[in-house]
Ligand binder design. Structure first.
Ligand code: ADP
Ligand code: MG
Length: 217
């Protein structure tokens, strides 16, 4: 399965989700390739730090940009069980190339922010790319969800109305475990002290997106 984590907003949690998803898949014994397609190289920094601290990261890593995202990923789909592509928060050639070769396009939206204003542009991007990739499944979810307040519901309502992107109710809370784990080169699955809620949220999100699609053959 090829996953692209994208959107057109920085700081929404794309790299956090991409790295956690990669390690979650690897922890299930799958052979995973993590692709950094963002020229800001946050996934690269994460990967380097993980390699320095752990030695074996548990997955394979590569940086790819623009057209190479499509050509190289296409070459490697049969070599890996899963490929996870982390993209930058802009509508770039790299992100389009990634969407073009993906089974799943996953877009985090932060509830208390301007992220929701980008929904229309994300929908446009998906609609344009759906001509190229007719099999693409696109999912939106709320990241950094607040513990209380109506913001989550407001954003959920707007995402739920979209006919282009499927809203998944699984949310990731605004939890220190996500940011602390990332700066340690770890997923929340590995980070100590364990945050069972963060782990549960990650697993639930993963099930929500994978439970709905058949693997590409
Ligand atoms: N669910 C979360 N809870 C707490 N902090 C988060 C969460 N998701 C992301 N962050 C933090 O928000 C910042 C931006 O996340 P990042 O994954 O780098 O976003 P992006 O790749 O979309 O720019 C980072 O400092 C990250 O640790
Ligand atoms: Mg990023």
């Amino acid at each position: 399965m090829v996953y692209t984590i994208g959107g057109i907003k920085g700081g929404s949690g794309k790299t956090t989700v991409a790295t956690n998803l990669t390690i979650l898949l690897a922890s299930k014994g799958r052979d995973v390739l993590l692709v950094d397609a963002d020229d800001q190289e946050t996934a690269t920094d994460f990967n380097n730090w993980r390699q320095e601290t752990l030695g074996d990261t548990g997955y394979t890593f590569v940086q790819l940009y623009e057209k190479a995202v499509a050509t190289e990923v296409n070459k490697m789909t049969s070599k890996y069980d899963d490929i996870v592509i982390d993209t930058g928060g802009r509508d770039t050639k790299s992100q389009r190339a990634a969407i073009g070769v993906s089974d799943i396009y996953l877009v985090p939206f932060v509830s208390r922010s301007f992220d929701i204003w980008t929904l229309e542009k994300v929908e446009e991007l998906i609609n344009e790319m759906s001509v190229v990739n007719t099999e693409l499944k696109s999912y939106a979810f709320i990241n950094k969800a607040d513990h209380q307040g109506t913001d989550n519901q407001d954003v959920a309502g707007l995402l739920g109305e979209s006919e282009t992107i499927q809203y998944v109710e699984a949310q990731l809370g605004n939890r220190k475990a996500f940011s602390h784990a990332a700066t340690s080169g770890l997923s929340v699955l590995e980070y100590k002290p364990k945050d069972p809620k963060a782990i549960d949220e990650l697993n639930t999100l993963f099930k929500a997106i994978t439970g709905r699609v058949e693997a590409r053959v």
